[in-house]
Design a protein around this ligand. Structure first.
Ligand SMILES: [Zn+2]
Ligand SMILES: [Zn+2]
Length: 455
């Protein structure tokens, strides 16, 4: 994984040569923003410098605590953007790290997405300008790495660069009063009044929609919708099953509704989430605890189609074995995920999520499509012959296959025309001072999506 460092730096050096800013040194240099921008045809209209030294507040996980700290901005990289945050929705993925009581490796502002207004840009930033409203997405799209060139920007190597063990991909972006350096989680953070993000993660938004709705396109809602739209390509009239009716799962449910799926079956142990799923487009909501061991068979029955006749398009004709293999949903999304903490709502039947992943696969018909988004931290086993021969296509769940620069602007239009309902997803709003509680409520699963709005 460490070798991923090379392409990232090679790209950045090539950028430098092209723009004529030869000042960048051999390693990841920190340039003062502004100077070289005048040489660039797509340079921002307003030069603001790096904003270095400005103070702001942010939620910081440090030592064994999580609290709001006063921070001071450090110099930005030539390709970084300074963003004044307007709204952010903490992702369930972060709750384990954020609320843990172990001593952290380094102080960090949690989360991996956000939304705000650009207030400063490094000298080489091209994609956004000062004054732009931007979604900072959980995945980058650089357009130049191997994955982007293969048409897989959902695996943009700029994003995965940050996950390489032992590699300090992103510099600290701020310091606390005592000078302790503070990092942004995944190079993004989001739960602070100021974010700095590399331009590869920034998607400019040309819309007047409220920040609280647009911030949902940085991660959960966009990822869930992309599962159906961008990666699996739900078809009108098809049968869709969604495990987990949280913020991601409901995004996928909305993709089912927008696509005109025949059935959208939501599966979640939490009663208010099943009720919410029905409002957002699910045609049926099942409780996996009540269904117990019969869950997979129940879904297969629901997806058996209107007839069993071989020559009339019947799904489940033939001998018993064939009939069972043939039945199931056309598209299944596993968006339940493992349980980081015991919730205050109804708990998952399997907190590790291993069983849910297997059930998602089992609920998919031969030749159907299944996406594993929520995942488990444990090994999962599948029956070998069936895995090889029964034709379920397993789709990777990394942001649902979202191509951020292509898809987020499309989803903005769908919110504007009322096709995607972002507003109803927001079930509680918080101030920055209440941001720790927002993370706690997410961990407790007492809310659908909490949004922190910055003053
Ligand atoms: Zn996330
Ligand atoms: Zn890329």
């Amino acid at each position: 994984m460490a070798s991923q460092q090379k392409p990232g730096r090679a790209v950045s050096r090539r950028h430098v040569l092209r723009s004529g800013a030869a000042a960048l040194g051999g390693s990841a240099a920190f340039l003062a923003g502004g100077g070289a921008a005048a040489q660039n045809a797509q340079a921002p209209a307003v030069l603001t410098g790096t904003q270095t030294g400005r103070t702001f507040r942010g939620l910081v996980r440090h030592d064994s605590t999580l609290d709001v700290q006063e921070l001071r901005l450090l110099p930005i990289d030539a390709r970084q953007v300074v963003i004044r945050s307007q709204a952010v929705a903490p992702c369930y993925t972060i709750v384990r790290g954020a609320l843990g009581t172990n001593t952290t490796r380094r102080p960090e502002v949690p989360n991996h997405c956000g939304f705000g207004v650009v207030e400063g840009v490094g000298a080489m930033v091209k994609r956004v300008q000062v004054g732009d409203r931007v979604v900072v997405a959980g995945t980058s799209q650089c357009g130049q790495c191997y994955q982007c060139l293969q048409g897989r920007p959902d695996y943009c190597q700029f994003t995965f660069f940050s996950n390489a063990p032992g590699v300090e991909a992103f510099p600290p972006f701020a310091e606390m009063r005592d000078g302790t350096r503070v990092y942004a989680q995944a190079g993004i953070g989001g739960m602070s009044e100021i974010m700095t993000a590399f331009e590869e993660y920034c998607v400019p938004i040309f819309s007047d929609l409220p920040a609280a709705e647009l911030t949902l396109l940085g991660d959960q809602l966009a990822s869930g919708f992309a599962a159906g739209h961008a990666e699996m390509h739900f078809q009108p009239g098809c049968d869709v099953v969604i495990f987990g009716a949280g913020p991601v799962g409901v995004g996928a449910i909305q993709a089912g509704r927008v696509t005109g799926a025949g059935q959208v079956i939501a599966i979640d142990p939490i009663k208010y989430r099943r009720e919410f799923a029905l409002k957002m487009g699910a045609t049926l909501a099942l409780d996996p605890v009540a269904e117990g061991d019969g869950l997979v068979e129940r879904v297969r029955e629901l997806c058996r189609g209107p007839n069993d006749r071989r020559f009339a398009g019947g799904v489940s004709w033939g001998r018993a074995g064939n009939a069972v293999m043939a039945r199931g949903a056309d598209f299944v999304v596993e968006a339940a995920g493992f349980q980081a903490f015991p919730p205050k709502a109804e708990p998952q039947p399997d907190p590790t999520n291993v069983r849910t992943v297997q059930q998602a696969w089992d609920c998919t018909r031969m030749g159907g499509h299944v996406m594993l988004m929520g995942f488990t931290l444990q090994p999962v086993s599948f029956p070998g012959p069936a895995l090889a021969l029964l034709g379920r296509t397993i789709h990777p769940g990394q942001q649902g296959g979202l191509h951020v620069m292509r898809d987020i602007p499309r989803y903005v239009k769908l919110i504007e025309k009322g096709a995607i309902d972002a507003k109803s997803m927001i079930t509680k709003r918080y101030t920055l001072a209440e941001s720790r509680q927002a993370v706690q409520d997410s961990a407790d699963r007492t809310i659908m999506t909490g949004v922190i709005e910055f003053a």
